[in-house]
Design a protein around this ligand. Structure first.
Ligand code: PRP
Length: 206
């Protein structure tokens, strides 16, 4: 049995549809209820719906053998897992944004609001830019509008949130897409099963 952690929400549903097509269906997952675990012993799969930012925790600690999570989470928490496949979905990017017309004078400490503290620090350290990181948990776009920060480092998908709040992208930090990840011990003990699943799912990705 392969234990699979899927991110709850639209991305997870899309990824499940691919797994289903690849031959790892689990019909009970489509029942409209609030259950979180579904299994199909015939296909050797057990799926869990997990909060997206928690998938890498389940996989790293072996509660799930494999899982699907965004590159943003992998870059932030650096979990000790194998990255098996770029699923080329859930595509967006990590970007620096600010109020329209903002110019970084490069002199005073730059105030940066973000959920992604590690990735932000690493990005600015590489440039040698001195920053003051303000950790927020959501609605990051509010920070520069209210003067809490100069810029934000956040996920941009369609750009609508920025546009509707008179903000704009200044710089891209890194591209993001969903990745298939595996627990290292599980990969050792279930190599054949996990490699087969990776191969079958991989065939459906362009
Ligand atoms: C994310 C991100 C942006 C928004 C970007 O927020 O933090 O706010 O999506 O999407 P867009 O470019 O298509 O407008 P999320 O919905 O995850 O919630 P959050 O504000 O709580 O982080």
């Amino acid at each position: 049995m392969i234990n699979i952690a899927l991110p709850k929400g639209r991305l997870g549903e899309k990824v499940y549809a691919t797994f289903e097509k690849a031959g790892y269906e689990c019909p009970s997952i489509k029942e409209n209820n609030r259950k979180l675990i579904f299994e199909n012993p015939e296909k050797g799969v057990r799926y869990f719906w997990v909060k997206p930012s928690d998938v890498s925790i389940y996989v790293e600690r072996g509660a799930a053998d494999i899982g699907v999570c965004g590159k943003d989470i992998l870059n932030e928490y650096l979990p000790d897992v194998y990255e098996l496949l770029d699923l080329k979905t859930g595509i967006c990017s990590m970007a620096v944004a600010a109020k329209k017309g903002f110019h970084d004078d490069g002199e005073t400490t730059l105030k940066v609001a973000t959920k992604f503290v590690r990735a932000t620090k690493a990005f600015y350290a590489k440039k040698g830019r001195d920053i003051d990181v303000i950790k927020l948990n959501g609605s990051i776009e509010l920070a520069p509008i209210l003067g809490l920060s100069d810029v934000i480092v956040d996920i941009v998908e369609t750009g609508t949130t920025l546009k509707e709040n008179d903000l704009e992208v200044i710089e891209k930090v890194f591209p993001i897409s969903a990745r298939l990840i595996a627990n290292k011990a599980s990969f050792k003990f279930k190599t054949k099963e996990i490699e087969k699943l990776t191969e079958e799912v991989g065939k459906l990705i362009d």
